[in-house]
Design a protein around this ligand. Structure first.
Ligand SMILES: NC(=O)c1ccc[n+]([C@@H]2O[C@H](COP(=O)([O-])OP(=O)(O)OC[C@H]3O[C@@H](n4cnc5c(N)ncnc54)[C@H](O)[C@@H]3O)[C@@H](O)[C@H]2O)c1
Ligand SMILES: [Zn+2]
Length: 357
């Protein structure tokens, strides 16, 4: 599949290209443009930039990636490195890596010299179907995930499914969790399609994979276009993309962003828990809840964490960005494909439900 999608935000265009085995050709073309290219690269993907290292206008900086790079110290260290290498306002910053590197690089690109051209080459399934689109970037704080960041769109996003062939199964399933989320918040037909095709998808069948990536991106884009800055408070709000994330982020903060749970695993547990909350509050019927739980079980996604009702988890839920004052605002679902924003839930109501899971 070769697909080009272009969208405009604040008079700035983002071009998304989905094309198999395209990265090398793309990088070569970019370097030929003679602009200075600064590449932040996940050190596991060093091989991608190897043949370009001798080019005068190309500098690659390798980063050992994982959730722990999304912090102010790494931000500082990489910005200093770029400045010491004379990055200027005409330079291009390219990130080649997963969502952690993408989030950190986007934040650097938006702040260094008050913002420079930014291009993203996402290399995990999660980043290809989700984090590379939408313009959100950021770093974590000890107060919670992604609490410091900006909205800043890359000018190009290059999605090459072939790069996923070295990705560990655990990370593929992590990305699959965001794909299934997109079906749950928008598209029953897509959910049913995933029921039929998820085994081939997880085996990285390129035809199935590219279809799922494209549909996922289109769902995300639909929400982003409706509500770029997350201002709406109805079912078209970009906040719907946070389904599973109130609980998921609380778990990630609880585990201090260590590898015990990756992002996809945390939000898998989050989606099941938030579906159970939707069901207990009378919004989601048993049949839909069982369909969701059964699919997660078949795909071997995590559905439960033994610390889910710990005091610290509730404390983290209260700190979520979506809340106002002391009441909880959370995305719940009425049925597969129909999410909504539930306002003013009391933490006690959530506690009572979680304690019985
Ligand atoms: N900005 C957004 O809108 C948005 C949306 C969803 C998630 N996120 C963020 O994305 C992050 C998670 O991203 P992620 O799951 O990509 O994590 P990640 O960047 O840590 O990548 C996961 C692991 O895969 C390795 N890796 C990357 N590409 C590889 C490849 N091709 N082959 C082999 N190994 C490879 C990495 O080194 C890392 O060990 C979280 O911080 C989450 O908050 C952001
Ligand atoms: Zn997510």
């Amino acid at each position: 599949m070769i697909r080009k999608i272009q969208f405009k935000e604040n008079s700035k265009f983002t071009k998304i290209i989905i094309k198999n085995k395209y990265i090398d050709f793309y990088l070569t073309k970019l370097i030929k443009s003679k602009r200075k290219i600064y590449c932040l690269v996940d050190s596991k993907l060093r091989y991608i930039t190897k043949k370009h290292m001798n080019k005068k206008n190309f500098i690659a900086i390798f980063v050992n990636c994982g959730e722990n790079i999304k912090n102010i110290n790494t931000y500082n260290q990489l910005s200093n490195k770029l400045l010491s290498e004379n990055i200027d306002r005409e330079s291009i910053l390219v990130a080649i890596g997963g969502g952690t590197l993408g989030d950190l690089s986007g934040f650097i690109a938006s702040t260094i010299l008050r913002g420079i051209d930014f291009k993203l080459i996402p290399t995990t399934l999660l980043s290809q179907v989700d984090s590379s689109i939408g313009g959100k970037n950021g770093i974590n704080s000890s107060f919670g995930k992604n609490l410091i960041g900006t909205f800043y769109h890359p000018s190009e996003v290059i999605i090459d499914a072939n790069i996923l062939k070295t990705l560990p199964k655990r990370e593929i399933k992590s990305g699959y969790a965001e794909i299934i989320k997109h079906s749950l918040i928008k598209d029953l037909k897509f959910f049913n399609w995933l029921e039929k095709n998820f085994i081939e998808l997880i085996k990285l069948n390129v035809r199935i994979l590219e279809k799922a990536i494209l549909r996922s991106l289109m769902i995300k884009l639909w929400y982003v276009k409706k509500d770029q800055y997350e201002k709406l408070s109805n079912e078209n709000s970009r906040a719907m993309l946070n389904f599973g994330h109130t609980i998921g982020h609380s778990l990630e903060t609880y585990y201090k962003y260590k590898s015990k749970l990756n992002h996809g695993e945390a939000i898998s547990i989050g989606m099941i828990t938030e579906s159970i909350i939707s069901n207990k509050l009378g919004y989601l019927n048993d049949n839909n809840l069982n369909l969701i739980i059964n699919h997660f079980k078949k795909a071997k996604l995590k559905i439960y964490d033994k610390n889910i009702s710990k005091h610290e988890i509730f404390r983290n839920i209260v700190k979520d960005k979506k809340n106002t004052f002391n009441s909880i605002n959370i995305v719940l679902i009425k049925k597969i494909g129909k999410p909504f924003f539930k306002r003013n839930l009391k933490i006690e109501q959530i506690k009572n439900i979680l304690k019985k899971i």
